[in-house]
Design a protein around this ligand. Sequence first.
Ligand SMILES: [Zn+2]
Length: 110
Amino acid sequence: MKYLFVLALFAAVAFIVYWQLRPYIRGLRRFLGVVREMRSVREGAPPGSTPQQQPGRKRAANEKLLRCAACGTWMPASRAVSLRGGATYCSHTCLERAADTPRRARKSAS
Ligand SMILES: [Zn+2]
């Protein structure tokens, strides 16, 4: 019975302490969030999380350039539309144009 009383007292004290520290804990959590944000900004985007956010500003310098098979435009490899056969195109428009040409020729031939 005495043990239960001590336990209840301890719980009450813990609750009061927690209640008193609540704004402090909230501030600490916010501080940790800011630190985490700062660290992520300093390290840059973590690999694989947001690859589309940076449109190759830094990467374009040392990136391989590929030539469009349809219109001959040079573009970075990351922006190229490539086929399994090895041909690369600057856009889907060029890809469709290139894919259309032999089909049309075949159709007119037959
Ligand atoms: Zn093209």
